[in-house]
Design a protein around this ligand. Structure first.
Ligand code: AMP
Ligand code: MG
Length: 349
């Protein structure tokens, strides 16, 4: 089990067991003091990570469980539409038709691609869902022993990256990658969207006090029996330890991007999974970015954008985006926070 921000966050939020059970379906109920008040939690392995739903309720546990299962089912639907590992997903079909023809996609996928293109513009290309052309090149890191791609390999793939070239036609509801070898990857925005969809499923069922989280992205609604939900921020260099605690006093989404969950070290250098499209290489400057915003898809995309931009330029993007706040940990483990987070974060000494 990877100690991502969400798992630690959910553990704090439910004051429950910090090491969730085996992968797959799991569930736990926990009484929370007087009356029938409790936090009911369900988990499922989805979108390549652990999704977790915690509901604070004074009502029947069975009703909460039913809503949690519906939320997790809704996330599974998002996975089927976005996964690059499923041939029939929108993303796989667009990628397979690169250089050949536009492909009709769901309105949901289309809107996510539109959002992604906007965030690319706003971040001067730091966030770019067409980064995926670089993925085959960096698979060399998985060789035994790990290999670094050559400059030529990187440059050739980098020439295929560029969101501006992604053609979106809303009237036809199609997406088109004009050159063979171009590819979409929604890994930096899809989980956030999944979390939003899970949250909507809960709200549709009349559930108003909950946390939905997956892969470092969360939506928080209401309170835990009148007390604000508290989230743990994972320390980027000390596995399983907290860097700080964030108190959320209103409905919010939170996303975390970090270099500590998936990386390979070669020659003492850390090669992580967030690539800077401008260099074609893992970005430099940030160890983790935790960002709050109005919805999780936006927060997810922006957290990745800020991570790639680095601490200084990243914070400037946060400060000029209304409704968004961020805590950035740089590679020297220095912490900076946007003005709106001060007073809501308690750093662990
Ligand atoms: P996150 O944890 O949200 O920052 O997303 C990381 C994932 O986003 C990676 O595993 C890649 O699938 C994808 N990704 C990597 N670099 C970029 C980038 N520059 N723009 C968009 N997506 C990226
Ligand atoms: Mg992201």
């Amino acid at each position: 089990m990877r100690p991502g921000a969400i798992l630690v966050a959910a553990a704090l939020a439910t004051a429950g067991c910090p090491s969730p059970g085996p992968a797959g379906d799991a569930a736990a109920g926990e009484h929370d003091g007087a009356g029938g008040a409790r936090v009911v939690t369900g988990r499922r392995q989805l979108m390549g990570t652990d999704f977790e739903v915690s509901v604070a309720t004074a009502g029947p546990e069975a009703r909460a469980r039913e809503a949690i299962e519906a939320a997790l089912d809704a996330v599974a639907g998002v996975e089927r539409r976005l996964s690059p590992h499923l041939d029939e997903s929108d993303v796989s079909r667009v990628n397979a038709a690169a250089g050949a023809e536009p492909v009709r996609v769901s309105e949901e996928t289309f809107s996510l691609l539109e959002l992604s293109q906007q965030i690319s513009e706003r971040s001067a290309g730091a966030f770019d869902v067409t980064f995926a052309a670089l993925v085959p090149v960096w698979r060399a890191l998985r060789d035994q022993p790990p290999r670094l791609p050559t400059d030529q390999e990187i440059d050739a793939a980098r020439a295929l990256v560029g969101s501006r070239r992604l053609v979106l036609d809303r009237a036809a509801m199609t997406a088109y990658l004009p050159e063979r070898g171009m590819a979409l990857g929604l890994g930096a925005v899809g989980k956030g969207h999944g979390v939003d969809v899970g949250a909507e499923a809960l709200i549709d069922r009349g559930v108003h006090d909950f946390i939905v989280g997956g892969g470092g992205d969360l939506v928080v609604r209401g309170t835990k029996h009148g007390t604000p939900w508290r989230l743990g921020i994972q320390h980027p260099r000390r596995r399983g330890e907290l860097l700080g605690e964030l108190t959320l006093d209103r409905d919010q989404a939170v996303a975390t991007s970090g270099d500590y969950e998936r990386f390979v070290e070669v020659g003492g250098v850390r090669y992580h999974h967030i690539l800077d499209p401008r260099t074609g290489r893992p970005s430099q400057g940030c160890a983790s970015v935790t960002l709050t915003g109005p919805d999780a898809a936006l927060a997810d995309a922006l957290a990745t954008a800020v991570f790639v931009l680095g601490p200084a330029e990243g914070m400037r993007l946060v400060e000029r985006t209304p409704g968004v706040e961020a805590l950035i940990v740089d590679e020297q483990l220095r912490v900076t926070m946007s003005a709106g987070l001060r007073g809501r974060v308690r750093l662990v000494e």
